[in-house]
Design a protein around this ligand. Structure first.
Ligand code: 0X9
Ligand code: ZN
Length: 824
C-alpha cells in the first residue's frame, strides 16, 4: 500500500449526524445536544395525495400539488445530505424528487431527481442556515416516501496549494513509471510530457524524489478554478441561451441531468424511454439514461444500438454535457431534420450521461462550496467505494467529506474485465487509477456491463476529458490489432474529421487495462471508442469545453468541422450501416420472441500484485442475451458478430505489391541546440521521406532509425505525417540509437523530426547518422476461431419452438427462413 493521504483531515474530523429515520424522528448526534431543535422541526416521511410533474429544484413550492416539505436548521457548517427512499415495495417504481433551499437567499443547496425515489441530495451549508427540505411526487402511486437529513461538519481546511505541472517523460518507460507511482495523471500528454496534478508539497517532493523533472503549468489551481468559474458566471449572465441543442449556458448539476432526461421522456413519451440501470451507485443513487427511437418502449425491436456515455470520471464534466446535448439533438431534430429523422428511426440511441453519479455530485457540488479545501474534491476522479480503504476510520464518512479524502474509490475506467489487472492501473485503494478488488467489482461498472450484455450495442462512445483524442482498442500494445482494425481506424478517421482530434489506438497514449471498450469491444464486437474531449482541462469554461467542442467552434480543434455533434452523427451513420455489424433475417409469426445467447469465459491480464509480482490471469464469465419481439412476417435483426474479437485472431494481411526499398535519411548540416522541451516547437532537424503505396509498394512497417556513438548522448526521433500529426516516435534514454516504427503507414510524405535532447558536457558533439528508412512487408493475419450465437424461437407462452446455431460475421447477413419452424 502506498501513502495514505488524509491531508490532516483524519485528526480534525468530527461528524455531526442528524438522522431522521423511517420510524419516527431519531437523532444521532456526536457531541452537540443542540441538535434536538433542528431534528424536531423535521419529518421522517413526506406525503402527497397526488403526483405532479415538476422541477422540484426550481424553487420552493410550499403547499402546491404533489409537494411536501419542512424547515430545518443546519447544525454545522459543512455537508447537508437529504435522502429519500421508497416506503415500501409499491413505491418501488414511483418517482419522488427532493430539493433543499436556503430560506434566506432562495439558493438551491442540494437536489436529487432520479427516475425513481432513491434520492441522495448533497450540498454545502453554514451552521444556523434555515433550510427548506422539499419533496415532490413527480409520478407514480406512492403517496409517501421516507426522508432523512444528515449534517456533517467540515473540518478546518488544512489546505495546500494544488498545481498542474508538465512532467518530463521522454520514454514510454517513464510514463509507465509515473502511472505506477500513483500520481494524478491527466490525459494531457505529449510525446515527451504528461500533465500531472500535484495535490500539495508532498506530491511535489515525491515526484522529485522519483527523479522526474517538471515545469509548472498552473501554479495555483484553486485560484485558476475560481477565475474559471467567474468567467462561467459572466457567460451565463450575459447569454440567455446558447446555440447548444438544449440552449444551456452553464454546467449542469446532477439533478439537472436526471430532471431533463425525464422531462424529455415526459414530453416525447413514444420517442424517449427512460431507463434505470441494474445496480445503484455505491451511495445509493440510481444510474439513469434514456433511449431514443420511434416506439422506444419496445426495446426488443432489433435495431442497431449506439450507446453514448459520459462521466465515468467525476471531474470530466463536459463528457456528460456532450452526451446530454446529443440526446437533445436527436429529440429536437426528429421529425424536423431529414438526416436526424432517418437515423433516429433506423437505430436506437442510448444515452447515459452520468455513469458515476456519486463522484460527479462530489466534484460538481465542491464548486458550489467554492472554498480552498473544496478544490481537491472538485478534482475527484473515481467512484465512492469505501470498502478497500485499509482502516475503519478511512472507510467512514460520506463521500463529499470523508476522513479518507477525495482519493478514496475505484477508477471505473480500470474496473471492467477486459485485460483487467494489467499495466496502466493501480493496485492501491488511494491511487487515481485504482482498479478495484476484482473485475466488475463496482456497481456502476456492473450496470453498464448488464446494459451492454442485454442489448446489441453495435456502437459505443465513452466520453472523457481531455486531450483531443479519438481512442480505439486495444489499450495495451501486447494485445495486438484486432481483426476489425481497418474498420476501427476508418471510422475513427471519420469522427476525427469532425472533431479535429487525433485518431489513435489507446495504447499509443499510454497503457491502460480494464477500460470500458477494452471489455465491450473484445467480448461483444460492438465498435467502441473513447473520446477525450477538449485540449486544456477536465472542465474548462462552459463556453470552451462544452459549447465550442460540441458545436465545433473556436477554440475547439473541431472548429469549422462540425465538432462532436457531427462526430456523433458519424457514429450514428455507422450504427445504421449494416456493413458495420451483422444481420440476422428470417420469417416468424407476430409476437414471438427470438433470443440470441452466448456464454463464455475470457481471461483478464496476468494480474499484477501490489508488490509488482505478476500472477496468473483470472477468468471472468459473460452472458450475452438479447431478444427480438417478432413483428410478424419478415424481420431483420441487427446484431454484433457471433465471434468475439478476442478469439477471432488478429489483424494482418498478405502483401499486394513488393516491399519498398530502403530510403536514405541524411543528416542536414549543423547541429540543433539542445531541446528538452516541446520537440516540435523547439529546436530540431527535419528530414522528409516518402512512403509508397500499391501498386508501387505495399509496406506493413516502416522503420526509421538513427544512430550515434555514445549512449550518454540522447537524440530523440519523431515521425510527423503530412497533416502535422505525430504518427510515430522513439525517444528513449541510455541507448545510442532510436528506432521509430510505423504500422501499415499510409502512402504519403513524412518528416523525421530529430531532437538533440542531451549531449555530454565538455565533449565534442556526437551527431547522428542513419541507415535510412527501411520497410517490412505486412504481417500475415493471425488465425482465430469462430463462435456462434445460439438463437432460440420462443412461443408467446415461453416454450421453445426452434433452436439454431448462427455464425455471422461483421458485414454479413444470415437468412434463417422460417426461423420458428422446428427442423430435425
Ligand atoms: O485514463 C483513462 O481512463 C482515460 N483518460 S482520462 O484522462 N479521461 O482518465 C484514457 C483511457 C484510454 N484507454 C482506453 N480507453 N482503452
Ligand atoms: Zn476520463
Amino acid at each position: 500500500m502506498g501513502t495514505v493521504d488524509t491531508r490532516g483531515r483524519k485528526a480534525t474530523h468530527t461528524a455531526l449526524l442528524v438522522a431522521l429515520a423511517a420510524s419516527g424522528v431519531t437523532i444521532a448526534t456526536l457531541g452537540d445536544p443542540a441538535q434536538d431543535r433542528a431534528a424536531a422541526a423535521g419529518k421522517s416521511t413526506l406525503t402527497a395525495v397526488a403526483a405532479q410533474a415538476r422541477k422540484c429544484h426550481e424553487a420552493p413550492a410550499d403547499r402546491q400539488r404533489g409537494v411536501d416539505g419542512f424547515d430545518i436548521t443546519a447544525t454545522s457548517t459543512g455537508l447537508v445530505r437529504a435522502r429519500l427512499d421508497p416506503t415500501d415495495q409499491r413505491g418501488r417504481d414511483s418517482d419522488w424528487d427532493v430539493a433543499v433551499f436556503d430560506k434566506a437567499t432562495g439558493r438551491l443547496v442540494a437536489a436529487s431527481a432520479g427516475f425513481r425515489s432513491h434520492e441522495v441530495a448533497d450540498g454545502f451549508v453554514n451552521a444556523g442556515d434555515t433550510l427548506r427540505v422539499q419533496g415532490c411526487r413527480f409520478a407514480g402511486n406512492a403517496h409517501r416516501v421516507n426522508v432523512s437529513v444528515t449534517f456533517v461538519a467540515q473540518p478546518p481546511a488544512a489546505s495546500e496549494k494544488a498545481q498542474l505541472v508538465a512532467v518530463s517523460t521522454p520514454t514510454r518507460a517513464d510514463k509507465n513509471e509515473l502511472i505506477r507511482q500513483d500520481f494524478d495523471l491527466t490525459e494531457a500528454a505529449t510525446d515527451t510530457t504528461v500533465d500531472v496534478i500535484l495535490h500539495g508539497q508532498a506530491d511535489a517532493d515525491r515526484l522529485r524524489a522519483a527523479g522526474f523533472g517538471f515545469t509548472v503549468k498552473i501554479d495555483d489551481l484553486a485560484d485558476h478554478i475560481a477565475r474559471t468559474r467567474e468567467s462561467d458566471r459572466r457567460y451565463a449572465a450575459q447569454e440567455d441561451r446558447s446555440d447548444l441543442p438544449s440552449g444551456r449556458t452553464a454546467y449542469r448539476r446532477l439533478a439537472d441531468y436526471d430532471y431533463e432526461m425525464k422531462d424529455l421522456a415526459r414530453r416525447h413519451p413514444t420517442l424517449v424511454k427512460p431507463i434505470t440501470l441494474a445496480y445503484r451507485s455505491i451511495e445509493g443513487r440510481d444510474i439513469d439514461g434514456i433511449e431514443i427511437t420511434p416506439n422506444a418502449g419496445n426495446t426488443a425491436d432489433g435495431k442497431p444500438v449506439f450507446l453514448n456515455m459520459g462521466v465515468h470520471h467525476a471531474r470530466e464534466w463536459p463528457s456528460g454535457e456532450s452526451a446530454m446535448e446529443w440526446a437533445y439533438d436527436l429529440v429536437n431534430g426528429y421529425g424536423r431534420d431529414q438526416r436526424t429523422t432517418r437515423l433516429v428511426s433506423a437505430t436506437r440511441a442510448i444515452v447515459v450521461p452520468i455513469v458515476n453519479p456519486d463522484g460527479f455530485s462530489v466534484s460538481r457540488e465542491a464548486t458550489e462550496r467554492g472554498d480552498a479545501a473544496a478544490r481537491a474534491y472538485e478534482y475527484k476522479r473515481k467512484n465512492c467505494s469505501p470498502v478497500d480503504a485499509p482502516t475503519p476510520d478511512l472507510r467512514e464518512g460520506l463521500c463529499p467529506l470523508t476522513p479518507a479524502g477525495p482519493r478514496r474509490g475505484t477508477d471505473l475506467n480500470r474496473n471492467y474485465g477486459g485485460f483487467w489487472g494489467g499495466p496502466g492501473a493501480s493496485t492501491n485503494w488511494n491511487g487515481e487509477t485504482y482498479r478495484g478488488p476484482a473485475p466488475f467489482s463496482e456497481p456502476e461498472v456492473g450496470s453498464i456491463r448488464e446494459l451492454i450484455a442485454g442489448r446489441q450495442v453495435t456502437n459505443l462512445i465513452t466520453n472523457h476529458t481531455y486531450s483531443n483524442l479519438v481512442l480505439r482498442p486495444p489499450g495495451v500494445l501486447a494485445t495486438g490489432d484486432p481483426v476489425d482494425e481497418p474498420l476501427l481506424y476508418r471510422l475513427g478517421e471519420e469522427m476525427a474529421d469532425k472533431n479535429g482530434y487525433n485518431n489513435i489506438r489507446s495504447w499509443q497514449l499510454y497503457d491502460t487495462t480494464g477500460t470500458t471498450e477494452d471489455w465491450s469491444y473484445w467480448v461483444t464486437g460492438g465498435l467502441g471508442y473513447t473520446f477525450e474531449i477538449g485540449g486544456t482541462e477536465f472542465h474548462p469554461p462552459f463556453e470552451v469545453g462544452v459549447v465550442a467542442e460540441y458545436l465545433g467552434r473556436a477554440p475547439a480543434a473541431g472548429a469549422g468541422k462540425g465538432g462532436n455533434r457531427e462526430a456523433y452523427f458519424a457514429m450514428l451513420e455507422s450504427t445504421a450501416n449494416a456493413a458495420h455489424h451483422a444481420t440476422i433475417t428470417g420469417r416468424a409469426p407476430a409476437g414471438w420472441t427470438l433470443r440470441i445467447h452466448k456464454e463464455f469465459q475470457t481471461p483478464t491480464s496476468p494480474v499484477i500484485g501490489s508488490d509488482g509480482t505478476v500472477g496468473p490471469a483470472l477468468m471472468y464469465s459473460d452472458v450475452l442475451d438479447s431478444t427480438l419481439k417478432t413483428p410478424g412476417g419478415q424481420f431483420a435483426w441487427h446484431v454484433n458478430p457471433s465471434t468475439r474479437p478476442y478469439v477471432a485472431g488478429r489483424y494482418g494481411r498478405y502483401p499486394s505489391a513488393p516491399t519498398q526499398g530502403a530510403q536514405p535519411l541524411s543528416n542536414p548540416d549543423g547541429v540543433p541546440a539542445e531541446n528538452t522541451g516541446s520537440p516540435l516547437d523547439g529546436p530540431h532537424e527535419e528530414i522528409p521521406f516518402t512512403v509508397e503505396g500499391p501498386p508501387a509498394a505495399d509496406n506493413g512497417e516502416a522503420h526509421v532509425r538513427i544512430e550515434w556513438k555514445n549512449s550518454d548522448v540522447d537524440w530523440d526521433l519523431y515521425i510527423v505525417d503530412a497533416q502535422g500529426h505525430v504518427v510515430g516516435q522513439s525517444a528513449t534514454g541510455g541507448t545510442n540509437f532510436e528506432d521509430a516504427v510505423l504500422i501499415d503507414p499510409p502512402p504519403g510524405t513524412y518528416r523525421a523530426v530529430v531532437v538533440n535532447y542531451a549531449q555530454v558536457p565538455d565533449q565534442p558533439v556526437d551527431d547522428w547518422t542513419s541507415p535510412g528508412v527501411t520497410f517490412q512487408p505486412p504481417k500475415p493475419p493471425l488465425p482465430g476461431v469462430a463462435e456462434a450465437w445460439t438463437l432460440t424461437c420462443e412461443r408467446p407462452g415461453g416454450s421453445i419452438a426452434a433452436v439454431h446455431q448462427v455464425v455471422v460475421g461483421r458485414g454479413g447477413a444470415v437468412d434463417l427462413g422460417d426461423v420458428c419452424r422446428h427442423r430435425k
